[in-house]
Each structure stands twice: as structure tokens, then as C-alpha cells.
Design a protein around this ligand. Structure first.
Ligand SMILES: Nc1ncnc2c1ncn2[C@@H]1O[C@H](COP(=O)(O)OP(=O)(O)OP(=O)(O)O)[C@@H](O)[C@H]1O
Length: 305
């Protein structure tokens, strides 16, 4: 079921159109990765969804209805691209203040639980001005969690945090996903997106270029992939037909004892390869295929005009 839908969503700043008629649906319960290079329009798009910016035209529907942001705001949590904090308020005071603005009740236990989920429980009483960049990022995520929202918009939740904290935030996102939350996030860490997002959109110049699960994006970007086959040993000159067939299927064919590798550009060629080996009575012990990484897909997408 769709939790979010945009129809022809557009944002203009003066003469310049930054988000260009985007149609997008996000299903309930997914972790949706929203990618694009610097300046592609990701933050502008999210800022319209969260009410920070007014769209120039187009429609946003959340939770299956037209409604308005006022109706939705208690049901969403937001980590904006730039969070600002009050120097003199502590972490816990920030969450209480934020809960009061949002109009939700928050007990001391709930406040402690949220701070613990972002590893700030020991810093609950420390003033935000003493926080490092990474701690402020975590406090921003904690703010997004106030009121137990169903739908989270997280603009670069792991940028600028150290490796351990980044892994912890990824774990937190997975656990929120398991609790049934929907997460819409941007990130420049493609490895992270590959690991945790169920669907991915790549925004390019204000429009959605590619959209789908990692598997769907990989299938749509059928580039040369390395295939490596481990098999029972045979002398190459004893199987000239097989050797010629393998050579004809792809490029960069390399033979070693009990193993060969090549690059192919279609799934069907991998199937033909295995069939030919079996017909030639060569035992196949293993076939490994290097699928294109999200990084490769992203760079190819960026290279297309
Ligand atoms: N308030 C504004 N007025 C004019 N132009 C703006 C405004 N906000 C953003 N832009 C421009 O819109 C374009 C898209 O910016 P946006 O911040 O949405 O990109 P982004 O994909 O989030 O980039 P990044 O990955 O760097 O965060 C940029 O060229 C930016 O300069």
C-alpha cells in the first residue's frame, strides 16, 4: 500500500526549475533510498514533502489521503539537511521542546529510550553547544523519532559520522524498519544504500532517472559482468568445440587449471555457458557472477545524457 505519492511535483526558484514534475510512490514499510549527485534536487524534493518548502505545482498525498501537512505532521519524523540546535538546551531538553512543538506527549522514559537508540543516553544533560558534528547528527535523528512517527524523512542520516556510529545508525534504521516504519532517506554512501534500502531512486537534474530494487536496477543496467566458473579439470585441446563456444560468448576469456573466467553482457549467455559445459560432460563445481554495484549503476546513470 502506498504511504506517499507525488504527482508532477515541481519546484522553481525564480527562473530555475530544480524539481521537474516528479511522479513517485513509496510503499508502507519500505526503506527507500533517494540518490543523486550534489545539486540534483534531493533536499528540495524532501523539503517539499516535509513542509519546509511549498511546491510550485503538483500534488503530495500521504497516508492514503489528500489531507494537509498539518494533518500529517504528527505522523512524520524529519531529519532535515541542516539541523539547527539551541546552544543552551541539553539533548533531553531539545527532545522535550520538540515534542511540545509537535504537540505530542513524551515521558521521561520515552525521552531516555530515544536518546539511547542514538547512543546519546550518557549525554542527555549536556548542552548541544558542546556536541561534536556527529553527536548533533544523532540528536537530529533523535528529534525525528519524537512521537513515534510512521514515516521518517532522513536527509543524509549518516553523513559526517564515524564508521562505528554510521553502522549503529544503519542498525537503528533496520530495527525501525522491522517495527513497520517507512523510511525515506538520501545518502551519498552507496554501499550503505545497497545494504539497507529495499528500493532506490536516482534523481538526475530534478527528475527520476532510475527507480527500482537493487536487483531491478542491476537487470536494467546489463553491462559486462565477470563470470567465473570452477569445473572438473580437462585439457583445452581435448575440447576444441567447447573452448571455441566459450570464447564466442564473451570477452577477456582466461583459462586456468580447473577454472576459467570471462565477461558477458547478457544473462542468457551464462545459461548457455552452463548448458554447454554440462553437454560436454564437464562437471561444474561453482559459477560466480559479479553483479554491477550500485556505484557502477550510479556512475552509468550520471554518464547518460
Ligand atoms: N532556496 C533556494 N534558492 C535558489 N536555489 C536553490 C535553493 N535551494 C536549493 N537551490 C538550488 O537547487 C539545486 C538543488 O539543490 P538541492 O539542495 O535540492 O540538491 P541536493 O540533491 O540535495 O544536493 P546535495 O547532495 O548537495 O545535498 C541546487 O542547484 C541549489 O543551488
Amino acid at each position: 500500500m502506498d504511504i506517499l505519492e507525488t504527482v508532477q511535483l515541481t519546484k522553481r526558484f525564480g527562473e530555475r526549475t530544480v524539481v521537474k514534475g516528479v511522479d513517485l510512490t513509496v510503499q508502507r514499510g519500505e526503506i527507500f533510498g533517494f540518490l543523486g549527485r550534489n545539486g540534483a534536487g534531493k533536499s528540495t524534493f524532501i523539503n517539499m514533502l516535509t513542509g519546509i518548502l511549498l511546491p510550485s505545482s503538483g500534488t503530495i498525498r500521504m497516508f492514503g489521503g489528500e489531507g494537509s501537512l498539518d494533518d500529517w505532521k504528527r505522523r512524520i519524523g524529519v531529519l532535515p539537511d541542516y539541523s539547527t540546535f539551541y546552544d543552551s538546551l541539553s539533548a533531553a531538553e531539545h527532545l522535550r521542546y520538540f515534542a511540545s512543538i509537535k504537540g505530542v506527549r513524551m515521558t521521561d522514559q520515552e525521552c531516555a529510550r530515544i536518546l539511547a537508540s542514538v547512543e546519546l543516553e550518557e549525554h542527555a544533560s549536556r548542552k548541544a553547544k558542546t556536541f561534536s558534528f556527529g553527536m548533533k547528527k544523532k540528536l537530529g535523528i533523535a528529534q525525528a523519532l519524537v512521537g513515534d512517527p510512521e514515516l521518517l524523512f532522513l536527509d543524509e542520516p549518516t553523513s559526517g559520522v564515524d564508521v562505528e556510529s554510521s553502522l549503529h545508525i544503519q542498525e537503528l534504521l533496520r530495527s525501525l524498519h522491522q517495527q513497520g516504519k517507512t523510511i525515506f532517506m538520501t545518502s551519498h554512501n552507496l554501499h550503505e544504500v545497497e545494504k539497507i534500502c529495499s528500493r532506490i531512486a536516482i534523481m538526475k537534474d530534478g527528475k527520476i532517472g532510475s527507480l527500482g530494487s537493487l536487483g531491478e536496477l542491476q537487470a536494467a543496467h546489463q553491462t559486462w559482468r565477470n563470470v567465473s566458473v570452477r569445473h572438473s579439470a580437462f585439457a583445452l585441446d581435448s575440447q576444441p568445440t567447447l573452448v571455441a563456444f566459450v570464447q564466442s560468448l564473451g570477452r577477456n576469456v582466461q583459462w586456468e587449471a580447473g577454472r576459467f573466467s570471462l565477461q558477458v553482457d547478457e544473462d542468457q549467455k551464462i545459461a548457455s555457458l552452463v548448458r554447454a559445459l554440462v553437454q560436454a560432460r564437464v562437471d561444474v563445481y561453482g559459477v560466480s557472477v559479479d553483479e554491477p554495484s550500485l556505484e557502477k549503476i550510479f556512475l552509468e546513470e550520471e554518464a547518460t545524457v
